[in-house]
Each structure stands twice: as C-alpha cells, then as structure tokens.
Ligand binder design. Sequence first.
Ligand SMILES: CSC[C@H]1O[C@H](OP(=O)(O)O)[C@H](O)[C@@H]1O
Length: 345
Amino acid sequence: MPIVDNIRAIRWEDNQLCLLDQRLLPQQEIWLQLGDYREVAVAITQMVVRGAPAIGVTAAYAMVLAVQEMRQFSDWQQRLAGAAAEIKAARPTAVNLAWATDRQLTLAQSESAADRAATLLLQAAHALLEQDIADNQQMGRHGAALLPEQGGILTHCNTGSLATGGYGTALGVIRAGISAGKQLQVYADETRPWLQGARLTAWELQKDGIPFHLNVDSAAAYLMQQGLIQAVIVGADRIAANGDAANKIGTYSLAVLAQYHQIPFYVAAPLSTVDFAMPAGEGIIIEERPDSEVRQCASHDVAPEGVKVRNPAFDVTPAALITAIITEKGVARADYLHSLAELCG
Ligand SMILES: CSC[C@H]1O[C@H](OP(=O)(O)O)[C@H](O)[C@@H]1O
C-alpha cells in the first residue's frame, strides 16, 4: 500500500510564513499567517509548530522575514544578527533551530547588498524545506529495511510530516516500510503532557490509513511484555557526537524497556540533528516547559492548584541503548563517534 503523504505544516504564501497551528489539532485545522520574525519565534516557543526539523525550516523562514525588515537600515547585518539571537532563544534543545538560523545568518553576511541577501535567504529557505522532505524520504528507505516484514512498531511523540518539512523521520520510516509492503501495526504513545502522539501522530496515521492503536505511555512495557512490539522507533532533537540522543521525555525509559525485552530501538533523524560540537549527551540543554502543561490535560485542570511541578520536555538516551541511528545518508551503528562522522563524508 504506497503511502502518499501530503500533510504539510509549513507554507510560504504571499510573502508570509503560514503555520498550521498544531496546538489545535486534531479538532481544528487553523493556519496562522505570520509576517514578523518575532511572531515566528513566539510560535516556536508556544509550539504552534514543533519537531526538530520543522523548527529548523521555520527558523529559516523567520530569518527571511527578519532580513526583509532590517534591509532598510545601513547596519542591517548587525540588526539581523540580533534577530537571529532572538529566534535561536525560542527553544533550547533541538539543534536544528540554531543550525538553520546560523546557516541563514552566514549566508546573509556573505552578501553586501541587503536586497540580494533577502532573495538569497528566501531561496535557501525554500531549498531547505524541499531538501528536508527529500531527506526524510531517503531516510525512510534506509530505515524500512531494518523493520520486520510484519509486526508491531512502537512510536513516541510525533515524528511525522507535522514535525518536519514533510513525510517525517521515524514515522517516515514506518510510511516507507508500509509502502514497501510490510504488514506493520503501529502502537502510538499518547506522549503526555503535550499529547503529540494522541493528537498529532494519531491524526497523521488516520489520514494515511495506517493501522494503529493509541496507548497511554505507561502501557509500553505491558505491550512489550505481551510480545506485541517488534521494534521501537523514535525521532531526535539533538544527537551528540557519541550517539547519545535527546528526544521527547519518556524516550529514555522506552530504550531501557526495549533493552530489557531485547527489542531493537531505532532513532531516525537527519544528519542536521547531529551536533558534532557536543561530545556527549550530558551537555545537552533540556527544556523545562510550563507547569500548566502537567497540571492540566488538554487544557483542563486535573491537579490541585499550587502543586509543585517538574516538566522536562526531553531526556537523553545513552548511545549504548540505541540499536541504530537511521539518517538520510544511511544507517549508523556503534561506534557512533565514527559511524556518524563517516556518513557526513
Ligand atoms: C522529527 S523530530 C520530532 C521530535 O520533536 C518532538 O519534540 P517537540 O514536539 O517538543 O518539538 C519530539 O522530541 C520528537 O521526537
């Protein structure tokens, strides 16, 4: 069953950045039209758009809006550097945000004429979006080969078209596996507290007609114990040079469970998610998000007022628990320090 994925969360129209408001899915499909880079930074922080590659593409377009505003000033390049800093501050963990922003800033600084820089940055943002989709489809082909001919695949959070420019990373591998004729049954963790699985992954899988069950996060161990899971595949927000991978909170516990049950644990991510300047996972900044996300469920209060909350949005899975890292250039296995670098050529 070939999967034709046409879900998109990011569009550039009439010189504005259009974002599908993922806070409102699946009940409402509302697009925000943004013309100011400051609004885009807020949209990233508030998770209108989320997912490492999607955040990177969004940041690239935010830089287009910034250079269009700054080009009226003689010191436009200095002002653009300030805008870049504001955009990068939107969320700390996903490396794609800083990587894409800095890439645009460097491109702008290589051009003395502001108008020409604005044109170059828009071209680069479009190219990044299209390249991300192509990379995800290539990643899917590499990863599909690792999946069983049939069986249950557990996913966490949302790693589909909504988390990228399109097609997805871990969910893209599942799409590619099913398109190749594999009989896969997806188990999607709801992924408290923001419910990316229950709201976003379920919406994508339903649209694609992919068979799946939604499960509470704490059911993952039971599903493995019952022999229903033949592989776990997740995304990543930042991968250290040694292969330690930061991803949505709850990923680390899945990796420990997978090892205990001798189930392969795969990470799927573009090489732009690998931070070669970060030697190991302990250096990765873990975003702490608002208490209200935990005290509430789907914006309804569930905990008493005033309770103390910890809300780390990510955790780090040690490389030793990762069976393989699937990228657009191929599959890396331990020793990741060398295998990831080799894939970068
Ligand atoms: C394809 S990477 C998606 C990655 O981003 C998610 O985090 P968030 O929804 O908070 O941006 C999660 O870690 C996913 O694995």
